[in-house]
Design a protein around this ligand. Structure first.
Ligand code: FAD
Length: 397
């Protein structure tokens, strides 16, 4: 009988993996386990906060995976994996055997990293770092805020999901404030000293938003040490700095998805080490970890990375099961960020496997030029939408 591959998580990595396993080996049985019937992409969720896209625009479903690609999509959540017996158990009570398992459970949050805030507070203090209800909640809070209010974002240290994400979010919130409540302020309290595409973001902020956005690096009071949740206040500098928000967006430090941690796939750490040639776990053979949960050398935690890694893992599995060596993969990442709906910047890189890790290929990729005319930024804003349409078609289409 044919081999059975089970994929845990129907996000950017998992949905791609399921589709491409079927493409590479149509005879293989592929089961995708995902609790949600509807997935909202994090990419584009900042546009919803900016008010120029809706939740419908970032909604993805599983019909094509089932009907067009022959993936067995199971709406359930994995609660237990037995790596020796090669079984997974779900919340719904099903147990299934697998020959190979791909895990792409995304991220979870370390609410214990800073005192004064817990996971339950996310109902009032959204992270909006998993798209869906959290996106809607943050947008509603921004809409309800009065003109002259303060939006405070607490940004995590490295590594975390989507390095340019917090700064695109600040841009999109500024875009909304500029139209709807122009006396308002945005403060980013950052647990690091610099950030992705920093020069391009800061030049764009100055150009479009004057001094509406204030970025505070960790060494200058940005390192948040405590949250006074009832008072929406971030505390830094051993208590000397207290910043009261009207809307507080606390983005906690992150870990691999909870199920990966629970199964020991991260060892003593927060992220899952893998053989970076194949994405097979360094801890449990036969189990592959891709996407944000994995340690993938120089690749950032992005949807584009997860999509590429899924294809590498799927190909490695299909080749291994037919007695072939893995291919030498080449992967890529692109992250577009909107500063306004008509002004986008991007970063791109190409990666190759070298000396046991995934390394950036020198001379390939880079960021958008510093001095470019408005028409260039506008062109990149068109590419941003094109990237979204292309990658979501590749993943869920
Ligand atoms: P996810 O896409 O989060 O998928 C994980 C899935 O696993 C979820 O659907 C979850 O329900 C499921 N799951 C979890 N636990 C279980 C379980 N026990 N059983 C079954 N299923 C489970 N990336 C880009 O490339 N470009 C961008 O422009 C971009 N913008 C972003 C903007 C923001 C604001 C944010 C927050 C992120 C952005 N990203 C972007 C990053 C991107 O969203 C993630 O890196 C990507 O989704 C990671 O894919 P993944 O498969 O690892 O996790």
């Amino acid at each position: 009988s044919s081999a059975h591959a089970v994929v845990v998580g129907g996000g950017s990595g998992g949905a791609t993996a399921a589709k491409y396993l079927k493409r590479f080996a149509p005879e293989m049985q592929v089961t995708l386990i995902e609790p949600k019937a509807t997935y909202y992409t994090c990419y584009g969720s900042n546009w919803v906060l900016g008010g120029h896209a809706t939740m419908d625009d970032i909604e993805q479903t599983y019909g094509a995976l089932k009907d067009r690609h022959g993936v067995n999509v199971v709406q359930d959540s994995v609660t237990e994996i037995n790596p020796e017996r090669r079984t997974v158990t779900t919340a719904g009570g099903a147990t299934m055997n697998f020959d190979r398992l791909i895990m792409s459970p995304g991220i979870d949050f370390r609410y214990d990293a800073v005192p004064g805030i817990t996971a339950a507070d996310a109902e009032r203090i959204p992270h909006a770092w998993k798209a869906g209800e959290q996106t809607v909640l943050l947008r509603r809070q921004l809409e309800a805020m009065s003109d002259g209010g303060v939006f405070v974002m607490v940004a995590p240290g490295n590594p975390f999901r989507c390095p340019p994400g917090p700064y695109e979010r600040a841009s999109m919130v500024a875009h909304y404030f500029k139209q709807a409540k122009p006396r308002s302020k945005i403060i980013i309290l950052d647990n690091k000293e610099n950030f992705s595409k920093q020069g391009l973001f800061m030049a764009g902020w100055e150009q479009h938003y004057g001094d509406m956005i204030e970025w505070v690096p960790s060494s200058e009071g940005g390192q948040v040490e405590e949250i006074d949740a009832p008072n929406l206040t971030a505390i830094a500098d051993a208590g000397f700095t207290r910043i009261k928000a009207d809307v507080l967006n606390y983005i906690p430090p992150q870990t691999a998805g909870a199920i990966a941690l629970q199964m020991g796939l991260a060892g003593d750490g927060f992220w899952c080490p893998v053989n970076q040639l194949t994405f097979e776990s360094s801890i449990h053979p036969g189990i592959y970890v891709i996407g944000d949960s994995s340690v993938a050398g120089a690749m950032p935690k992005s949807g584009h990375s997860a999509n590429n890694q899924a294809k590498v893992a799927a190909a490695a599995i299909v080749r291994e099961l037919s007695g072939q060596d893995p291919l030498m993969p080449s992967t890529a990442n692109t992250c577009y960020s909107l500063i306004t709906p008509d002004h986008a910047i991007s970063v791109a890189a190409v990666y190759a496997y070298k000396d046991g890790t995934i390394a950036a290929v020198e001379g390939a990729g880079g960021v958008s030029p510093a001095d470019a005319p408005a028409s260039f930024r506008q062109q990149e804003a068109l590419y941003t939408k094109g990237w979204y349409d292309g990658i979501t078609a590749d993943i869920w289409g």
